[in-house]
Design a protein around this ligand. Structure first.
Ligand SMILES: [Cu+2]
Length: 141
């Protein structure tokens, strides 16, 4: 009986945690969402900055089948960073060294949620990705 109560309490506690995490995510507590619009040339322009150890914005929403011009650059600092997208099935595969602003052009071919990240890692330390340098590109129909 007692153990059942303990299990129920634990379940309630977990549900609370998950609810809290969902709210924190929706409020963008650790990042920002950018919803791309299609400009006069029919291109979705997106700018992303990478730094120690984040991408801003870290949640990008684009439309499928419309060209994207993604301009990536690095926040000042000595730590090298990259922007890696590895979703060849959706027409998106590139690995860019961040520095001066650089444009990457692609057309997302398939709706879905795709992760991007920095693939740098210093020796045996945590990778930049593990330190939070990652984000999601959401491709809508
Ligand atoms: Cu990095």
């Amino acid at each position: 009986m007692h153990s059942e109560v303990a299990v129920m309490n634990r379940l309630f506690f977990l549900c609370g945690l998950i609810g809290w995490a969902a709210v924190a995510q929706a409020e963008g507590g650790t990042g920002r969402t950018f919803v791309a619009t299609v400009d006069g040339n029919g291109v979705q322009r997106v700018e992303v900055v990478g730094g120690d150890y984040y991408f801003e914005p870290n949640h990008i929403v684009v439309k499928a089948g419309v060209p994207v011009e993604l301009v990536v650059r690095k926040e000042s600092g000595f730590t090298p960073h990259t922007f890696v997208m590895d979703a060849p099935s959706a027409g998106m595969r590139f690995n860019v060294d961040l520095g001066e602003p650089r444009a990457v052009r692609f057309t997302p071919s398939k709706p879905g949620v795709y992760g991007f990240y920095c693939d740098k890692q210093l020796l045996f330390f945590e990778s930049h990705r593990e330190k939070g340098m990652e984000g999601t590109l959401e491709v809508l129909e």
